[in-house]
Design a protein around this ligand. Structure first.
Ligand code: SF4
Length: 694
């Protein structure tokens, strides 16, 4: 079709914002996208969309996009534009020099959950084969790493158990530490439809999120706990279920380890886990805990949906295990309407983890010390690989400060803004000799970089994303690459310059290699994805059409394993100097650090971060609605505008982290999950006081 003298065409692709993974039709006139229309055949969205996917794609052509590579000797020097060849050579020379002077382990890379699986895969391959170490980590380290660990040790695999459609069969929906109407709007609509047609709702969250307040949804129970007491609350629910004889004995006998169940049941029956004991810790009335537990155990199909309010705690992994214990004890696995579903934040959190961008795991969650697995990768890649795990992101920062880690490639992540305890992160970046940032824009991290490599937007990418239901969605290029080189090609060139030649003719070849080396992806190819429906992994000989619901008949690990989940209070406590607890989250129109949405029309809907404060706390401090206030913690202080609301209870304040001008992570702490080092973003002791700023 020709309109206004230019051919009109359509390209089917996938939204690059959240883990729902909505399918869209990009409508183009010439090479310009003119509209994004939700795809009626989209497996995850069935024709629905939200304000981000539908309207916030203009950043792809924003005037601030950097299209030329840049280098500089020192971070105080001005940037100098250069050719791709010069930038790659500059980066490789610096990285090789660091390794010569400080050892092979002195450099590493961070992958991005905004990038395609193929782009992530080549980065972890470059680090392992070209850098010669396992110092590769993903931005999922700071969001869903406890999901990976907690679900893996209890059930056997690091992924949610259900497809989105499953919620239509749920009778009880338990939402923990998630705000789906803002963060996962299209799935939230599906959830609300089911709630309107009769399912009962339990919400565990310190804030009165929209689901609780919706006039169309009767929240059966809102357990408004103190931040940091998740594990105590999940243990109390389990205590009621065990001590009142509400466990599913037949399911446990058939599907779970007898020994671990008996030990867990004894532990959970202890009076310290009783609702009365937990009321004192969490602030949730004991009767509410009892009622919620009874409803979850006896209300029919019960499904758990959760977000970063579960994982971003010092006990994030324990909480994930606690949810798995609860669902196993009540037989809520292995069919539609039940299970545990992490609502993944970014578009490809699931995929970036699946692709092996962890310092201890190859693609498909297989440990680097496994000789057989490592041997298969060595044979395919033609390079000897290390059996020892590498550094996690927080360890890279610590090692940078002691001088032993000096070079970092960062793929599409703004660690200077997104990671906690910003002063610590910036000091680590300043201490390095070679920071390479690949991104669309000169972001906050690029201020500390020596090499800037332009990235590609989702409208230029060719590859795949994997959403929160393990659905492998095609991402197709609607526009030509604006900077002339795909991101996977950039990485291949850097790897080659570092002495490990890497070459593919197209992204499909990368997926073919992934499928060859990763059993859960064995049946996946671009050809299949382009000529049939999207697929949910595992997809292989045992499941040729993919796997919408996992753990049917048996768990991936065989028998389900109950884990002890002793509640341990966070070290972050409110005190005389910092009497309030801060928790953070997102708002509907903006996305994470805002690098994309702030460069679209959505920016006018929420042009600054706001601090929610309860009327009683505001009055006590002489703060009026709309005042600028100082928000301080033991880590630092920022200035932010207050909004007075009873969405938060007394003693708790809440803000978002979308705007670098606010810099909310200046105040968050260095504390992290005991198992995975996922930061404790959700609990910070703070003080709020009037600011002199207008
Ligand atoms: Fe994109 Fe998520 Fe919105 Fe869907 S719900 S359009 S994937 S941001």
């Amino acid at each position: 079709v020709v309109e206004h003298g230019q051919p009109r065409r359509e390209v089917k692709t996938t939204c690059a914002y959240c883990g729902v993974g909505c399918s869209f039709i990009a409508e183009l006139q010439g090479d310009e996208v003119v509209r994004m229309t939700p795809d009626r055949d989209g497996g995850a969205n069935e024709g629905h969309s939200c304000v981000k996917g539908r309207f916030a794609w203009g950043y792809a052509t924003h005037q601030e996009r950097m299209l030329s590579p840049m280098v500089r000797d020192n971070i105080t020097d001005p940037w100098r534009e250069c050719s791709w060849d010069e930038a790659i050579d500059f980066a490789a020379t610096r990285l090789r020099r660091i390794q010569k002077e400080h050892g092979t382990g002195a450099i590493g890379g961070i992958t991005s959950s905004r990038c395609t699986n193929e782009e992530v895969y080549v980065v972890q391959k470059m680090v392992r084969a070209a850098f010669g170490n396992n110092n590769v980590d993903t931005c999922a380290r700071v969001c869903h790493s406890p999901t990976g660990y907690g679900l893996s040790v209890t059930l056997g695999t690091s992924a949610g158990t259900q497809d989105f459609k499953s919620v239509e069969q749920a009778d009880v929906i338990l939402v923990i530490g998630a705000n789906p109407t803002d963060a996962h709007p299209v799935f939230a609509s599906r959830m609300k439809r089911r709630l309107r047609s009769g399912a009962r709702l339990i919400v565990i969250d310190p804030r009165r999120i929209d689901l609780v307040r919706s006039p169309h949804v009767a929240a059966a129970h809102h357990l408004q706990l103190r931040p940091g007491t998740n594990v105590a609350v999940i243990n109390a629910l389990a205590h009621v279920i065990v001590t009142e004889g509400l466990v599913d004995e037949a399911f446990i006998a058939e599907r779970c380890e007898d020994e671990s169940f008996r030990r867990w049941a004894e532990f959970i029956s202890d009076a310290s886990n009783s609702p009365e004991a937990v009321e004192a810790v969490s602030g949730v009335p004991a009767q509410d805990l009892r009622d919620a537990a009874r409803l979850y155990a006896t209300g029919g199909n019960s499904a758990i949906y959760y977000g970063l309010g579960v994982t971003e705690h010092s006990q994030g992994s324990s909480m994930v295990m606690g949810m798995a214990n609860l669902a196993m004890a009540t037989g809520n696995f292995g069919r539609e309407g039940v299970g545990i579903s992490p609502l993944r934040g970014q578009n490809n959190v699931q995929g970036s983890c699946d692709m092996g961008s962890f310092p201890h795991e190859f693609p498909g969650y297989r440990h680097v010390s496994d000789d057989i697995v490592r041997g298969a990768f060595e044979q395919s890649w033609g390079r000897e690989l290390l059996a020892e795990p590498g550094l996690r992101i927080p360890n890279m920062f610590s090692a940078a400060l002691d001088g032993s880690f000096r070079g970092l490639y960062v793929q599409g992540e703004d660690i200077a803004q997104s990671d906690p305890d910003s002063h610590h992160v910036l000091a680590a970046l300043r201490a390095m000799d070679c920071v390479i940032v690949q991104d669309l824009f000169v972001n906050e991290t690029a201020a500390y970089a020596h090499v800037f490599l332009p990235g590609t937007s989702f409208l230029e990418k060719d590859g795949t994303f994997i959403n929160a239901e393990r659905r492998i969605n095609r991402v197709r290029p609607a526009m030509p690459e604006k900077q002339g080189l795909s991101e996977w090609e950039t990485v291949c060139r850097l790897s080659t310059a570092m002495g490990f030649p890497m070459q593919y003719n197209n992204a499909a070849e990368i997926m073919d290699e992934i499928a060859t080396l990763t059993p859960t992806f064995a049946g996946v190819s671009f050809d299949r994805l382009d000529n049939g429906p999207s697929l949910q992994w595992p997809c292989n000989d045992a499941a040729p059409d993919g796997t919408p619901v996992m753990h049917v008949g048996s768990f991936v690990r065989g028998k389900g394993h109950f884990m002890m989940t002793q509640y341990v209070p966070t070290e972050e406590r409110s005190n005389r100097h910092f009497p309030l607890l801060l928790t953070t989250g997102r708002i509907l129109s903006q996305y994470n650090v805002g690098a994309q949405t702030r460069r679209t029309a959505n920016s006018s809907w929420h042009d600054e971060d706001l601090l929610e404060i309860h009327p009683a706390d505001a009055q006590m401090r002489g703060v009026a609605d709309g005042d600028m206030v100082s928000l301080s913690s033991r880590k630092g202080a920022i200035t932010v505008r207050a909004t007075i609301t009873d969405r938060v209870p007394p003693g708790i304040v809440y803000t978002t982290f979308h705007h670098p001008e606010t810099g909310a992570n200046v105040v968050t702490t260095e504390l992290s999950d005991w198992a995975t080092s996922c930061p404790e973003y959700k609990v910070t002791a703070v003080q709020v006081s009037p600011s002199n700023m207008p």
